[in-house]
Design a protein around this ligand. Structure first.
Ligand SMILES: [Zn+2]
Length: 246
């Protein structure tokens, strides 16, 4: 059965070794090595669109298909990740927190952590010229299962319209903040008109998955190239992750 590894990144840059929450940092040195690895060993880095067409439509899927996704839309994506992606012409999908564009990761601050800067409108519009697709990561990054239905609708549908206004085109992909979702949330994502949605559940994506609850593989600060290889080739089996910050 065709399989795609949808890799999940958050921040890419220069960080001291974090004590916790390692899955949201990727040091630029490691990121560079990981992209070189994909290039060198002939992985096909696909846009989310191409992957979805292959999984659920009539498109072809290459043997070693990989999709690169970046949650939250940190400013360091354009400073650090983009130049490397451009070197290899790798497409990427970035999930934006619609109400916090040009501000900082307030939900991290509220959790007593560093609220890293998020990219501004100008950067978003510029990135579209460089093979970057944008999806919605809600309006404010709440735990979606913990808020009432009206607010859920706002976070899911309201972020779609806000981003469509900004980008001047349809926004088709959603990413559950902190990987927090349930059946009711998935329904609202469908009703809002999204075509696909990504979770933090671990695994490779296959045609048997619900396109509105696709699994991914988190790349963590601690992943050496061996760990990276392991994640690409093993860990295909789906494993539900408890919702967490990310
Ligand atoms: Zn997030």
């Amino acid at each position: 059965m065709p399989k795609i590894s949808i890799l999940m990144y958050h921040q890419v840059g220069i960080f001291p070794r974090p004590d916790e929450h390692r899955a949201i940092y990727c040091h630029i040195r490691r990121f560079k090595a990981q992209m070189a690895y994909l290039h060198l060993f002939g992985y096909k880095v696909l846009s989310l669109r191409t992957a979805l067409d292959g999984l659920f439509g009539n498109g072809e899927l290459p043997h070693h298909g990989v999709v690169l996704t970046f949650d939250d839309g940190y400013q360091n994506f354009s400073n650090y990740a983009l130049p490397i992606l451009k070197r290899y012409n790798f497409p990427a999908t970035v999930f934006l927190v619609a109400d916090l564009i040009g501000r900082n990761a307030k939900w991290l601050e509220e959790d007593g952590r560093y609220g890293a800067p998020l990219m501004d409108k100008k950067t978003v519009l510029e990135l579209r010229r460089h093979n970057v697709t944008f999806g919605s990561h809600s309006l404010t990054h709440p735990f979606l299962t913990l808020i009432d239905r009206e607010r859920q609708k706002q976070e899911i549908g309201g972020s779609k319209s806000a981003l469509e206004d900004l980008l001047g085109e349809g926004v088709k992909y959603f990413c559950y903040p902190s990987g927090d979702y349930n059946e009711a949330v998935v329904h609202l994502v469908k009703d809002a008109g999204y075509e696909a949605a990504l979770t933090c559940d671990r695994g490779a994506a296959t045609p048997l998955d619900n396109p509105l609850a696709l699994p991914r593989k988190a790349i963590s600060f601690g992943d050496s190239l061996i760990g990276y290889f392991w994640k690409l080739h093993m860990k295909h089996k789906r494993k539900l992750q408890p919702a967490k910050q990310g």
